[in-house]
Ligand binder design. Structure first.
Ligand code: LLP
Length: 420
């Protein structure tokens, strides 16, 4: 079934303004300025609960990890900790944020294909529960750097290519990530780690990619990892990757059926109870977030197209430029009115490729309108940058009509703050 890209419960209010988690988006733009990232807290909580409920109705042996790269914001770490999720961090920086949010270190799983000495030391001092080992060099580094015996898992690249953008495929043999299955590296890594006094091998991990709608590649990955299992293998981390709806016609699998399929695959191919770990990022936060902008300039080129420029662009949403990602858009202060004016939404950066949405129909757009793009909750703030000296937008959490700034807007002065 087609799924709306907006948070559940987004409505047009009596003033014809879009309302998210009870907050009038046009009011938010007046109070906090634009561009801003706006999140529905209930949508994030409901998605976390959908994962937990889908597992707990079928097994006690599971952990849901928040893949925090999707929205590395202290308040988000705190929210998912409250929902009982563990957390996946992929760098010392994400680890620092998880710890600052009060995450129990034993619930932290640390990834990274090139963890530095400094990152491993930070993890060691913090008492991080698990490291996911990615290379033979890292095994050497762990033996040199770690002060105590560390629980670890091994990341395997099973040689599977789901249909998604090649930049976000990660499970193919030709990948910088993990230990290859086909070339025997995974088996060698297992033998190497089992023989290491510094490391305690407890399981296997795979992550085949992101924004995936098919379920078969995940099944195949579980099947191929099963051949590596031994008595030591108490847990299997099946990664993240569930796709979301960016456009209304998108039909991603539901969280429940996706989890069911993963549990079934583990039971079928492992043939025994292993603890199942899952690492969703995008599917927890993507549809919970929108970005709001102010329309600044409208340029009509007769017979060619109409450009509508907003006060952001490739600095706060790099995904259209990087992955050719498609988004919807609407005029938030003219909600529910017929969208009949086709425009191309451009950002304010010095590049012609700075296009957020091509050929989208809007309701009579005017300078000063508030434009909204849905489904920007994942990897928007996370990949924001200061190109052209653009200060990064604030992150605003909304719940029951209350809006709270959880990351403030960057200022022009912030851009000078690191000058030495
Ligand atoms: N686990 C590992 C080891 C990962 O590398 C990732 C994402 C996840 C879990 C979470 O995957 P998700 O559930 O979010 O699909 N910047 C790209 C996405 C890169 C994903 C990187 N790894 C984008 O904007 O589409």
């Amino acid at each position: 079934m087609a799924a709306m890209p907006y948070p559940v419960g987004t409505v047009a209010n009596s003033e014809g303004h879009l309302e998210i988690a009870g907050c009038d988006v046009v009011d938010l733009a007046e109070r906090f300025g634009t561009p801003s990232y706006v999140f529905s807290v209930p949508e994030m909580r409901n998605r976390a609960r959908a994962y937990v409920d889908a597992f707990s109705s079928r097994t006690d042996e599971f952990e849901v990890l928040y893949a925090s790269k999707a929205l590395p914001v202290t308040a988000a770490y705190r929210l998912f900790a409250e929902e009982g999720l563990s957390v996946d961090v992929a760098s010392g920086g994400e680890l620092t944020m998880a710890l600052a949010a009060g995450y129990d270190p034993s619930l932290i799983y640390m990834h990274g294909n090139n963890k530095t000495d400094a990152e491993l030391k930070l993890a060691d001092e913090a008492g991080v529960g698990h490291l996911i080992l990615d290379s033979f060099d890292e095994i050497d580094r762990c033996e040199r750097v770690l002060s105590r015996r560390q629980d670890v898992m091994i990341r395997v690249t099973p040689g599977i290519e789901p249909s998604t953008h090649t930049y976000v495929q990660t499970g193919q043999l030709d990948s910088k990530f993990g230990f290859g299955l086909e070339d025997g590296s995974a088996e060698r890594a297992i033998r190497r780690v089992l023989a290491s006094p510094a490391l305690n091998l407890v399981g296997l991990h795979f992550h085949i990619g992101s924004q995936i709608f098919e379920t078969e590649p995940f099944r195949l990955a579980v099947q191929s990892l099963a051949e590596l299992q031994g008595d030591w293998c108490r847990m299997l981390d099946v990664g993240g990757g569930l796709g979301i709806s960016y456009e209304t016609e998108d039909e991603p699998p539901k969280i429940e059926s996706y989890v069911d399929m993963k549990i079934e695959a583990v039971r079928e191919f492992f043939g025994r109870e292993v603890k199942i770990l899952i690492e969703p990022g995008r599917s927890l936060v993507g549809n919970a977030g929108v970005t709001i902008y102010t329309v600044g300039t409208i340029k009509e080129i007769p017979g060619i197209r109409t450009y509508l420029s907003v006060d952001g662009g490739m600095s706060e949403n790099l995904r259209p430029m990087l992955y050719n990602a498609k988004y919807e858009a609407a005029i938030a202060n003219r909600a529910g009115r017929p969208a009949e004016t086709v425009t191309t939404i451009a950002g304010s950066h010095c590049e012609s490729g700075d296009i957020l949405v091509r050929d989208v129909a809007l309701a009579d757009p005017q300078v000063g309108d508030i434009l909204i793009t849905p489904a920007t909750g994942a990897y928007g703030h996370a990949m924001a940058n200061n190109y052209n000296g653009m200060p990064r937008p604030p992150v605003i959490f909304c719940e029951d009509g209350e809006a709270k700034v959880v990351v403030r807007r960057e200022t022009w002065d912030d851009l000078l703050a690191r000058d030495a």
